[in-house]
Design a protein around this ligand. Structure first.
Ligand code: ZN
Length: 130
């Protein structure tokens, strides 16, 4: 897709050269005709390149979304257990937010607020340590 954009860019550069050559044509009528045709072609190519750039943006966006979806649907590591309302994972220090993990598969380490509560810095959930 990027190659197409580059090809269109090269074609536009070629047209510019063509326009320079056309401007040296002595015959006024022929020169005007050439200029008109060249301008038309230029407009078409610019529009095509614009379309390609927009498509490329959309394509990249779809790729990002696809990656996020894949990550979200990937088999999750099972929490080792729970402590103070948070998940614990094997081989990992700390206590993790259950909300973030259950909804997004994201391991957010919770911070201790006081002896009774912990807080998730990502979703701002306050987790009771009762
Ligand atoms: Zn959270």
């Amino acid at each position: 897709m990027l190659e197409t954009v580059q090809t269109l860019g090269a074609a536009l550069a070629g047209i510019k050269t063509l326009a320079d050559i056309a401007s040296t044509v002595k015959n006024t009528e022929l020169r005007q005709e050439l200029n008109t045709k060249i301008a038309d072609l230029q407009g078409t190519l610019i529009a095509a390149r614009q379309d390609m750039l927009e498509l490329q943006d959309k394509y990249e966006q779809v790729l990002r979304e696809n990656k996020q979806l894949k990550e979200a649907s990937a088999p999750k590591q099972k929490p080792l257990g729970m402590k103070w309302g948070c998940y614990q994972f094997e081989g990992e220090e700390g206590l993790f937010c259950t909300g973030c993990y259950d909804s997004k598969g994201q391991k957010s380490q919770t911070n201790r607020v006081n002896t009774k509560f912990r807080m998730c810095p990502v979703c701002k959930a306050v987790i009771g340590a009762g």
